[in-house]
Design a protein around this ligand. Structure first.
Ligand code: ATP
Length: 669
């Protein structure tokens, strides 16, 4: 594989990120007048809907602009949404395209972007010092974008670390030899399985970059906990990140019983209550070092009180002076307290964008670990990589499940426009994907025992996607609904791990939601499809599970189409209180005892749309523990792709097959 040029990679990513933002804005502008959370905003890479609330000249004659939420959009809400921008971040500010703007106009706006550095971040404002003195500040609604990629673009070659060069294929990754992994490790967790142990040994032995490939339910986090503890035994310092707060908190919670010296960065209001005692903000107030800070606070309060008692103007002025000095000291001590807490922590945990914070400035780490790496945009992963100075990266994820959602069509890998390779010209390509494309399977180890699914549910994904290496653990391989720890009757459903309701025959036809609606609106909802008769079969199946005693909260129904979700909600939500209904994409990372998948597509043209994405199907079929029920038209679906054809064949041979009777269904309705 040819080495990748870093500046041109960063440049392509920057253009794609800008296009992605435009695409999202276009969509939200048409759907609603107010702003909706977007992928980039959620990823901490952008803040939308801002306006300039003040402008002044700062040190060195630089223009400073103060940005806050545009009141025309935000109404009474003044607090900025979570954004991850920190003092020192390079940002671009530009006019926010309106949905109606033509592509050319939008591109012109992007060109007019002005660059600057964040100098102040408060709850309600962000102040940016502009790079150039005389610039036209754009009018109207603005957006601001984190420019980690700009940093990468502008970084001189002499500053590129060995790890960076390896990540771009400019130096090759040193491959790990069996002898490097030969020594016996003393395992801290006796329950680890062999593939987990192998992955840990591999990650420890790898000099630069290692991938831990964790298919559904295989204990990625379980493995990372042992890996972190083993690294600590070797005296290494770690920066551990994930794309979401919950992914990071999950690790903090599981490390906590092991008394690891760690600190979690991030606003306490966004952390799980169970991890608060590791939050940097909280520790700054409660630790021993905090006592010194508190003493000064008390002294300041006492002085403040004495002012009220003093009538003499000169004395008052003197006390004010003293308070000012004390305040300075207070700030210094607080900063020292924070920095010593961080310095003493062998493990620092933060979201990917949170890792860009000033707390980590001049902090050195040996290794960056990213959990759920195949759900993160590559631009996000570069935040901890650029701040940490680490020489090694460990990514844990599963590239065979869904990547982060991308809206801009010029970045999406579609059938007509297949993946364009690892050169940065596709936002959907994650760092995890790119490493696999660059170095192949030698760079990863796969976890092969899953602790979720019955072996019959496991069989197809294992064979079709995981080279038949994925096995069900002894403890789960034969679990059925009838064995649930509460009273469930033995029926043909509760005794069966995989059921397929095949609607072939053309009677259960799909409906396109724009059949009776204006096209533009429905295409925004993802050209949504629904299938009411199929939904009726779902209802019948759920009813029979519930009649057998399965609790509604142990059942989930998932579908790829929002249109079908709306139909299912109407039919099931009130009748089966506690049942979970969701899109397949939204259910990634979750599990349920029983899962019903409604495939929707049934048409004479054999069009399957969204279903052609095998990573989506993989997510759908790997959510259940004890019972998977698929409802769909094998004639339509089976002709969608090779993968779909083999899935339909598998179901026909292995599932408990059911053919619905239309009269029956209509009668039940
Ligand atoms: N070696 C093991 N022995 C027994 N149980 C295990 C082992 N490894 C993982 N598990 C169990 O498997 C389940 C999934 O593990 P964990 O939560 O660590 O995985 P995850 O990576 O977060 O999940 P997923 O891979 O599905 O995203 C947990 O209930 C965990 O206790």
């Amino acid at each position: 594989m040819a080495p990748i040029d870093i500046p041109s990679f960063a440049d392509k990513q920057l253009k794609l990120l800008a296009a992605e933002l435009s695409a999202e804005l276009e969509e939200t502008a048409l759907l609603t007048a107010t702003h909706a959370p977007s992928t980039l905003a959620r990823a901490g890479l952008a803040v939308l809907n801002l306006s300039v609330s003040a402008q002044r000249t700062g040190l060195g004659g630089k223009s400073l602009i103060e940005l806050s939420l545009d009141p025309a959009i935000a109404g009474t809400e003044t607090q900025l949404p979570e954004h991850g921008l920190r003092v020192g971040d390079i940002v671009g500010v530009s006019e926010q395209p309106k949905g109606a703007e033509k592509k050319k106009e939008r591109q012109d706006m992007e060109k007019k972007q002005i660059q600057g550095v964040v100098v102040k971040v408060l709850r309600e404002i962000i102040v940016v010092a502009l790079d150039k003195d005389e610039v036209d500040i754009p009018g109207g609604k603005l957006w601001l974008m984190n420019q980690t990629m700009t940093k990468l673009l502008k970084m001189p070659e002499s500053e590129h670390s060995t790890l960076m060069r390896v990540l771009f294929g400019q130096s090759s990754a040193v491959s790990v030899q069996p002898r490097d992994m030969a020594g016996e490790l003393e395992w801290l967790d006796p329950s680890l399985n062999d593939s987990q142990k192998e992955a840990i040994k591999f990650a420890l032995a790898t000099p630069e970059v290692a991938l831990i490939h964790g298919p559904p339910g295989t204990g990625k986090t379980h493995t990372l906990i042992e890996l972190i503890r083993q690294c600590l035994k070797k005296g290494l310092r770690l920066l551990v990140c994930g794309p979401s707060n919950i992914s990071v908190d999950n690790i903090v919670e599981r490390l906590s019983p092991h008394k690891v010296p760690m600190v979690r960065l991030g606003h306490p209001a966004r952390l799980l209550p169970g991890v608060l005692n590791h939050s940097l903000d909280i520790l700054t107030r409660t630790s021993d070092a905090a006592a010194l800070v508190k003493d000064i606070r008390n002294e300041m309060d006492a002085k403040q009180a004495s002012i009220r008692k003093t009538r003499n103007g000169r004395e008052r002025k003197a006390i004010y002076g003293e308070i000012k000095e004390l305040r300075k000291e207070y700030r210094q001590r607080e900063a020292a307290c924070v920095s010593s807490l961080v310095r003493e922590s062998k493990v620092v945990l933060a979201t990917l964008h949170g890792a860009g914070g000033f707390h980590l400035k001049s902090q050195e780490f040996d290794i960056v670990i990213v959990d759920e790496a195949s759900q993160a945009l590559e631009a996000q992963c570069w935040v901890p990589l650029l701040t940490s100075g680490a020489s090694k990266l460990i990514l844990a994820g599963d590239h065979l499940q869904l990547p982060p959602t991308i809206k801009s069509s010029n970045s999406k890998s579609t059938k007509q426009n297949p993946k364009t390779g690892p050169d940065g010209s596709n936002l959907e390509t994650t760092l995890f994907d790119r490493m696999l494309e660059l170095y192949g399977d030698d760079i990863k180890r796969m976890l092969t025992i899953q602790y979720r699914m019955h072996e019959k549910i496991n069989a197809f994904p294992s064979a079709a996607l995981y080279e038949s290496k994925l096995m069900a653990a002894e403890s789960v391989k034969a679990r059925l609904l009838k064995d649930l720890p509460y009273d469930v009757e033995e029926t043909e459903d509760t005794n069966e791990p995989v059921v397929f309701w095949d609607t072939q025959g053309g009677e259960f036809h799909e409906k396109t939601d724009d059949d009776d609606e204006p096209k533009s609106k429905s295409s925004l909802l993802g050209e949504s499809k629904s299938n009411e008769l199929e939904a009726a079969i779902v209802k019948k199946h759920v009813q029979s599970l519930v009649d057998a005693g399965v609790k509604a909260e142990d059942i989930a129904v998932v579908t790829p189409y929002n249109g079908q979700l709306a139909v299912l909600s109407q039919l099931l939500k009130e009748k089966f209180v506690g049942i979970e209904l969701g899109s397949i994409d939204g259910f990634q990372g979750r599990e349920k005892e029983a899962v019903v998948v409604s495939l929707v597509r049934s048409n004479a043209e054999h069009e399957v749309g969204f279903l052609a994405e095998k990573r989506r199907l993989n997510v759908a079929m790997t959510r259940p523990k004890r019972h998977l029920c698929v409802v769909g038209d094998s004639e339509t679906v089976g002709r969608g792709s090779k993968f779909l054809k083999s899935w339909m064949e598998f179901l026909e041979e292995n599932a408990d097959l059911r053919y619905p009777d239309l009269d029956d269904i209509l009668h039940d309705e």
